[in-house]
Design a protein. Structure first.
Length: 155
């Protein structure tokens, strides 16, 4: 009886440990622990934000050129339904992951987002976070990453 209880307890514990942090726009589970040792880029956007549209090709390029070093996630500021996020992603040919949840708290981000687009660059050690406002280029984000890696970042 004790062994059966212990087995069920351990099984439950394993299930709890593998609980996803959330889901992407394809309803696949997201586990941020899968991105250890990678830079995390969180990009907040809205379908009404014209500047958000302008940076999509740059974000696509950043992701395609550096996906071995970064994980790039798009977050819909208005938390629109999954169908709208999927349609936007398809129409704009977005190649990076679109999330169905806001992971800010999971990364210790408590800033109010008042302007879009807003991008957060999170170092692999998860100790350094840099907030960028307005449309970003691949070059802009890579420069911030280099500054953060060298310890010269100004928050």
């Amino acid at each position: 009886m004790k062994i059966k209880f212990l087995s069920l307890f351990l099984f439950g514990l394993l299930l709890a440990c593998s609980k996803p942090d959330g889901a992407d726009a394809n309803n696949h589970p997201i586990h941020f622990k899968d991105y250890q040792n990678k830079w995390i880029i969180l990009n907040y956007w809205a379908s009404w934000c014209t500047s958000c549209y302008k940076e999509i090709p740059e974000l696509n390029r950043l992701y395609q050129q550096h996906k071995d070093k970064i994980a790039l996630f798009g977050i819909n500021y208005d938390q629109e339904p999954i169908e709208k996020i999927q349609a936007f992603s398809t129409q704009q040919r977005i190649t990076y992951t679109m999330l169905l949840f806001d992971p800010a708290v999971q990364f210790g981000i408590h800033d109010n987002i008042e302007n879009l687009p807003a991008t957060f660059v999170i170092a692999p050690d998860r100790q350094q976070i840099k907030k960028l406002l307005g449309p970003q280029s691949e070059k802009d984000i890579l420069l911030v990453m280099m500054e953060m890696a060298s310890g010269n970042s100004k928050n």
